[in-house]
Design a protein around this ligand. Structure first.
Ligand code: APR
Length: 234
């Protein structure tokens, strides 16, 4: 089986009702990044930060994977698929993707604010326990915080992600502005001879020297077009 590696961003969840970050009306227009997505913002006002992610979580449990997530999961019939996502939602898994690498954390988890990556203090939230209330403590006695990789924090999963990209026979990029590193740099780990498909309704700049086919469309339609193109290639 050929190895298909997919890098996804906020655009793949847009048709499930989620605002992207940098489009007009995007999350970073309505919520200042420095307040809700940096360690400094957290130290300044942890309750405000938890409230922001509590709201996203409430939205997430009522959202559904869209056709793009589903098509990606269905590709596992014909390919060895790895999804590398910058998204913190769980829509890939709920659509049935079996191998998902989260670069920026997971909205449905919470962790210690002293030691965010300590697996002993990472807890999974569910529909009945969706919100982190003010003052809630993690197992180590520090404040419980969202299990999200904020700006300025390290991205522990970038290495396993890069390993996957190095072995890819096909690389697909869906719904990301490729504005945030190190995720945006993953394309550099592709073998130069492999086909790369980029699905996005807007123009997204990619480095030269790669074999990129642009599918300028929204994720649901673009993924359907991708399947046809992959079939035609054999
Ligand atoms: N289908 C596909 N792509 C879409 C759709 C759609 N329906 N709607 C919008 N897009 C595209 C936009 O054109 C844009 O290129 O999705 C991309 C979204 O880009 P960003 O808002 O920058 O989101 P993303 O690239 O995922 O951001 C990366 O930045 O703030 C951080 O941690 C956050 O993981 C996030 C990271």
């Amino acid at each position: 089986m050929k190895k298909l590696v997919v890098l996804t961003g906020a655009g793949i969840s847009a048709e499930s009702g989620f605002a992207t970050f940098r489009d007009s009306g995007g999350l970073w227009e309505t919520h200042p990044v420095e307040r809700v997505a940096t360690p400094e913002g957290w130290y300044q006002d942890p309750d405000f930060v938890n409230e922001f992610y509590n709201g996203l979580r409430e939205q997430l449990v009522d959202a559904k994977p869209n056709r793009a997530h589903e098509i990606l999961a269905e590709l596992e019939k014909d390919y060895d698929v790895t999804v590398i996502t910058q998204n913190v939602d769980d829509l890939h898994e709920r659509a049935g993707s079996s191998k998902v690498i989260y670069l920026h954390g997971e909205l449905m988890k919470a962790c210690s604010s002293r030691d965010p990556q300590n697996p002993f203090h990472i807890v999974t939230l569910d529909r009945e326990h969706l919100t982190i209330e003010p003052g809630t403590k993690a197992g180590d006695g520090s404040l419980l915080r969202p299990y999200i990789v904020w700006f300025g924090e390290s991205v522990p999963n970038i290495e396993p992600a890069a390993e996957e990209v190095m072995q890819a026979d096909v690389f697909v990029i869906v719904g990301t502005s490729l504005a945030v590193y190190p995720a945006a740099g993953l394309i550099h780990y592709c073998r130069r001879d492999i086909p790369i498909y980029l699905i996005d309704p807007k123009e997204v700049a990619t480095p030269s020297g790669f074999n990129v086919t642009v599918i300028q469309d929204v994720a649901t339609k673009g993924m359907a077009r991708l399947v046809e193109m992959l079939k035609a290639e054999g």
